[in-house]
Design a protein around this ligand. Structure first.
Ligand code: 2HA
Ligand code: ZN
Length: 271
């Protein structure tokens, strides 16, 4: 019998949560990941075929009923998931009533999905309208990016333009720029709604003085997006540490040339 703990999906989430921790982007219980799993990917795993528990959720997920998600547990540390995946991850299916999930595997010591699960579900729902391949929502606390939310105006246009100009790769990876919501209390449906509405226009959304949400069709895509944004923020930080006097930069014309060559459409409200 093949066990779900040995599946590529559990391995992928275990490895990426450790990487997020190892980058210093998920201290303590910071961060959360949800990964939409296809029914075909569950075939052959006998230990996910029955409902172990029903867990209420503080959200109406009726539109997502029947969908499967592999989700990090609330309160758990990303540094530990790699050693205790069956305890700190859960495979859930959104129940028909929308207000609960059926647990099929994991959360073995009584855990429940991340406190940001409503935000994740709203995010998946909105991204799925734009991209039927959408499967991953990833939240973390990248240091340089968070620092920038203290020193820079929280303007999506200005913020995105700085990140675009800090390295050639940025515009190619996130040509639409980054979304920003105001500072809000995490773990609430209000922050979920604000984030999800930004996800209609951007794949990444900044939570000022808190962190970043990245989305994508694969774990690699969501992680790569986050990595690239944080790298740009890190370069910006180092530029400031070197005195901040820019002698040459990537110009608007350079950005337009880059977009043309790489076949991406930059956000025309920003450039
Ligand atoms: O899951 O990062 O935003 C812990 C958090 C909440
Ligand atoms: Zn957080």
């Amino acid at each position: 019998m093949t066990k779900f703990i040995d599946s590529p999906m559990v391995k992928e989430v275990s490895k990426i949560t450790f990487r997020l921790f190892d980058h210093g982007w998920d201290e303590r219980n910071g961060g959360n990941v949800s990964y939409r799993i296809l029914p075909t990917e569950l075939e052959g795993y006998d230990d996910v075929q029955t409902v172990k528990r029903n867990i209420p959720i503080n959200f109406d997920g009726q539109d997502l009923a029947g969908l499967y998600f592999l989700v990090t547990a609330t309160g758990r540390y990303f540094k530990n998931i790699i050693d205790f995946p069956e305890r700190d991850l859960g495979l859930v299916r959104i129940a028909k009533d929308g207000h609960s999930v059926d647990l099929l595997w994991g959360y073995s010591d009584g855990a429940a999905p991340t406190s940001e699960f409503p935000t994740h579900l709203m995010g998946h729902q909105n991204r799925l309208k734009i991209d039927p391949n959408q499967r991953v929502v990833m939240h973390c606390h990248p240091t340089n990016l968070i620092a920038m939310t203290f020193t820079q105006a929280l303007s999506e246009k200005e913020f995105s333009r700085i990140l675009w100009k800090m390295q050639t790769e940025s515009l190619v990876v996130f040509p639409e720029g980054v979304g920003i919501i105001p500072w809000m209390v995490p773990g609430t449906n209000a922050i979920g709604e604000a984030t999800a509405s930004k996800l209609e226009h951007f794949r990444a959304v900044i939570w000022p003085q808190h962190g970043l949400f990245g989305t994508g069709a694969t774990i690699d895509e969501a992680f790569g997006l986050i990595e690239t944004i944080e790298k740009a923020a890190q370069i910006w930080t180092v530029v400031q540490m070197q005195g901040g006097q820019i002698k040459q930069t990537i110009t608007d014309q350079d950005l337009l040339d880059l977009a043309k060559t790489f076949g991406v459409t930059p956000n025309h409200d920003f450039i």
